[in-house]
Design a protein around this ligand. Structure first.
Ligand SMILES: [Zn+2]
Length: 193
């Protein structure tokens, strides 16, 4: 993600895989040309996912301001309406090209959950760098989201993620035996892998 300096005429290298998207921080400064590039790139065989896209009501955003003939990028407050518009564009694209959606979500999980429930997309939605609590992790997993973890994460959420994934595949009898254990530890889940 480059802040409002989209690289036009991007050349994809053959030995790499890519995800392409217009980040929500740039919801105020992308142009039709950027959307055209995104549409074109998303169809390339080296592109395996669409995003990052998403909703972020916390971090600074960028906006394109015109002064006569010149245009300047300035910092702005996040605009959720615009981010939502851009997110919808990515959701449609992900469904169209049949590639997973990579989501950047900060303090906007209820909206993201509602979108998945209402739209019933065929594609996988992956939350990147999930830092939320275990309860939220379980809710998201229940609705078919995938979670990825980065540098900062809640270890209990990782535990919840692993336990839910494994519990889903177990027979009801084994599941109840596992649930009766005093603590479903990360070690146990890892040993099951
Ligand atoms: Zn992100």
């Amino acid at each position: 993600m480059i802040r409002c300096q989209f690289r036009r005429g991007i050349r994809l290298e053959d030995d790499r895989y890519y995800s392409v998207g217009i980040h929500p921080w740039n919801a105020g400064c992308y142009t039709k040309r950027d959307v055209d590039s995104l549409n074109r790139l998303a169809r390339d065989h080296r592109v395996v996912a669409v995003g990052e896209t998403g909703l972020d009501s916390v971090h600074v955003a960028y906006e394109l301001v015109s002064h006569g003939t010149t245009r300047e990028v300035v910092q702005a407050l996040p605009d959720i309406e615009r981010q939502l518009e851009l997110l919808m564009l990515h959701i449609r694209l992900s469904e169209e090209v049949g590639k997973p959606l990579l989501l950047h979500v900060v303090k906007r999980y209820p909206e993201i959950l509602k979108l998945r429930i209402d739209l019933k997309p065929r594609q996988t939605w992956i939350i990147h760098g999930f830092r939320g609590r275990p309860g939220l992790a379980k809710d998201l997993l229940k609705w078919g989201f995938y979670l990825s973890y980065g540098e900062m994460f809640n270890p209990l959420s990782v535990e919840a993620t692993l336990s839910v994934c494994w519990l889903r595949r177990m027979s009801p009898r084994s599941r109840s035996r596992i649930l009766s254990l005093p603590s479903l530890s990360l070690r146990l889940c890892l040993s099951l892998i």
